[in-house]
Ligand binder design. Structure first.
Ligand SMILES: Cc1cc2nc3c(=O)[nH]c(=O)nc-3n(C[C@H](O)[C@H](O)[C@H](O)COP(=O)(O)OP(=O)(O)OC[C@H]3O[C@@H](n4cnc5c(N)ncnc54)[C@H](O)[C@@H]3O)c2cc1C
Length: 344
């Protein structure tokens, strides 16, 4: 459906490969990217920020972009600075209506690379995503809503904890137990969901899972968590680029305007992703069997937000493919390079 609607098929790739590609193409990455740093303190001043790290070092800058995940430290600092009442005071601003297992297992012969298998159970679903070498197994299991911090802790789940899955067939040849017994890594986590109402404060701004948690990282048919985060970063870069274009040393007010515009552009899309992903999972785990027809209609609501996805204004991109739904945005740089060619 994605390719028919938008011109591009679904792509399956892992985060490590994606990070390596970005790093490889970033000039001066060894100076610009510092790893193994844990943020322990953030101080904001009228003219900038200082970030302290657990290893005793610190960095100065103009802003802090908190892309630090669902248990964001930057969000905790924002919560401390903002007037009480704006942020939820509990440990988790999201809530989890589902819990699930995630484990990786060497690919058995009966599962083919690129294959996706869904196994329905009342109030539960098992999904297998198969790569060339491994099968990635995820379960979604309905629980009473909880709002606590749960961390994915590999290899703490016992056979006894998951034996209710054991006899469930994954295909004609293998059961859940066959896969579980061969896992290389596995654990359990809550599938938190939600969108927080405040995405920035002062010189601090949040992107990705720190502001929106799309149901399970991924609904059965579309991965929206990381994609939504990447689109947020694109939107933020566009707004900041415009701000710096008119004032290379932006004031707090200039930054606040850029951050507000970023949130205004992305918040409703994030809320719709959360809503549709949740609906999908509810439909696929319904008591009476997977309501796949209804889920396909529900998915259709995302077509307009995908067509309206932000694009990086500064990068020309000419070989754009299109499906039956036209893209609503095109990089501004495309227009500029066309103007330059016309003048030449
Ligand atoms: C099993 C699984 C499968 C998924 N599948 C998909 C999928 O198919 N498609 C999809 O779009 N999404 C998927 N997701 C969701 C996706 O992984 C997340 O939405 C995405 O990783 C969020 O990116 P992020 O950068 O906001 O946060 P994260 O990826 O969580 O990165 C946050 C980073 O911040 C670091 N950090 C945290 N605190 C500090 C601190 N104090 N100091 C320094 N660093 C800190 C962390 O170490 C981490 O490196 C999946 C998630 C899971 C768990």
């Amino acid at each position: 459906m994605l390719e028919f609607a938008h011109g591009y098929p679904t792509m399956l790739f892992d985060r490590l490969t994606f990070a390596e590609v970005l790093l490889k193409h970033l000039k001066g990455s060894d100076q610009l990217v510092k790893t193994n740093k844990k943020v322990t303190n953030i101080t904001t001043r009228k003219d900038g920020v200082t970030v302290d790290f657990a290893d005793g070092t610190s960095e100065q800058g103009s802003i802090v972009v908190g892309a630090d995940g669902v248990w964001s430290t930057v969000r905790d600092f924002i919560r401390e600075k903002a007037p009480p009442g704006l942020f939820s005071q509990g440990p988790n601003p999201f809530s989890a209506p589902y819990q699930g297992l995630f484990f990786r297992v060497p690919r058995p012969e009966s599962l083919k690379p690129g294959q996706t298998v869904y196994v329905h159970q009342p109030h539960k679903q098992l999904m297998a995503l198969v790569t060339a070498t491994e099968a990635h197994m995820t379960t979604y299991e309905r629980i009473p809503d909880v709002s606590e911090r749960s961390y994915f802790s590999p290899n703490k789940v016992t056979d006894e904890d998951v034996k209710y899955w054991f006899d469930i067939p994954v295909n004609e040849k293998i059961t859940f137990k066959d896969l579980w017994d061969n896992k290389v890594m596995g654990g359990r986590v809550n599938h938190d969901e939600g969108v927080i109402p405040w995405w920035h404060w002062d010189r601090l701004v949040l992107v990705g899972d720190s502001v929106h948690k799309v149901e399970q990282p991924m609904s059965p048919f579309r991965g929206a968590g990381a994609c939504c985060g990447i689109e947020g970063v694109i939107s933020l870069v566009n707004k900041l680029n415009r701000t710096i274009g008119s004032n290379p040393d932006p004031s707090r007010q200039d930054l606040s305007r850029a951050f507000t515009a970023y949130q205004a552009e992305r918040e409703s899309a994030a809320r719709l992703w959360v809503h549709v992903s949740r609906l999908d999972i509810d439909l696929y785990t319904s008591e009476t069997g997977p309501a796949s027809k209804a889920a396909t209609f529900a998915d259709g609501r995302t077509i307009s937000i995908v067509a309206n996805s932000p694009v990086l204004d500064i990068l020309p991109f000419h070989d754009e493919k299109e499906g039956v739904v036209p893209w609503r945005r095109h990089p501004k740089a495309n227009r500029k390079s066309k103007d330059v060619k016309a003048r030449l």
